[in-house]
Design a protein around this ligand. Structure first.
Ligand SMILES: Nc1ncnc2c1ncn2[C@@H]1O[C@H](COP(=O)(O)OP(=O)(O)OP(=O)(O)O)[C@@H](O)[C@H]1O
Length: 223
């Protein structure tokens, strides 16, 4: 289980999250909805160990998180992968798509070209695209590479923050199917942050709404 417990985040004097609690269960998709600006991306970053909250705690498979970003222990950092809406902010423009997908393996000192090739194929990247750099591919193609990169170290939790919002319907469906196939074979927990109620109806097992004052849980989605 990946849990935020009474998490508070302040930016200067603005309180963006006020004692918010949320659980991301292994093997299930938790949908996170709520109005623009209510703090969904902020909570996603806290759960991905990218942002230290001002108060409260994050517990990852029973262990309290004590350090954040690059200071977090490698085992905790690689347990949670984050996907953003804008792949161009998340990918090094100097690298080819193959290198982008392989980056976490290279950083861990265990290159695995076969796994990179398998994930590239699964996300729908053809060999001619893999040697290109981000400025030579579309946003959808780059997001496919970012999804492959997010899965390459087999995270136990995947935080998808508006992962498909900017993409056409067929790319959206493909990438959600890739994440779903990964979840089913690995038992990973998924947090799907989205404005798109129809997407969360199809995808999430349960839905949490982050309001201005409280956090309520909706009934599980059918199916
Ligand atoms: N780095 C930052 N510095 C200062 N304020 C910030 C920062 N990041 C976010 N905020 C503010 O925190 C609030 C919550 O932002 P956040 O991006 O978490 O909301 P959101 O629910 O994801 O919004 P949206 O649905 O529009 O993406 C907003 O008022 C935003 O302006």
């Amino acid at each position: 289980m990946l849990e935020a417990r009474d998490v508070t985040v302040r930016y200067g004097r603005q309180v963006v999250l006020d004692r918010v609690s949320l659980r991301v269960e292994p093997g299930r998709v938790t949908g996170l909805a709520g109005p623009s600006g209510c703090g969904k991306s902020t909570l996603a970053r806290v759960l991905a160990l990218m942002l230290r909250p001002s108060g409260g705690s994050v517990v990852l498979d029973g262990q309290a998180v004590g350090r954040w970003r690059q200071r977090a222990p490698r085992a905790q950092r690689t347990s949670v992968a984050l996907l953003y809406q804008q792949p161009r902010l998340a990918a090094d423009p100097r690298l080819t798509l193959t290198e982008i997908i392989a980056e976490p393996l290279a950083a861990a000192g265990r290159p695995d070209p076969e796994r990179v090739a398998a994930l590239a194929a699964e996300t729908g990247l053809t060999p001619d695209l893999l040697t290109r750099r981000p400025h030579e591919v579309s946003d959808g193609q780059l997001q496919r590479a970012c999804v492959a990169r997010a899965l390459v170290l087999e995270p136990r939790y995947l935080i998808c923050d508006e992962m498909t919002t900017m993409l056409d319907a067929s790319t959206q469906a493909h990438l959600v199917a890739v994440v779903e196939a990964y979840r089913e074979r690995s038992g990973a927990g998924v947090l799907a942050v989205s404005h798109d109620d129809a997407l969360l109806d199809r995808w999430a097992h349960r839905r949490v709404r982050l309001g201005e004052t409280e956090l309520g849980e909706a009934a599980p989605a059918p199916g």
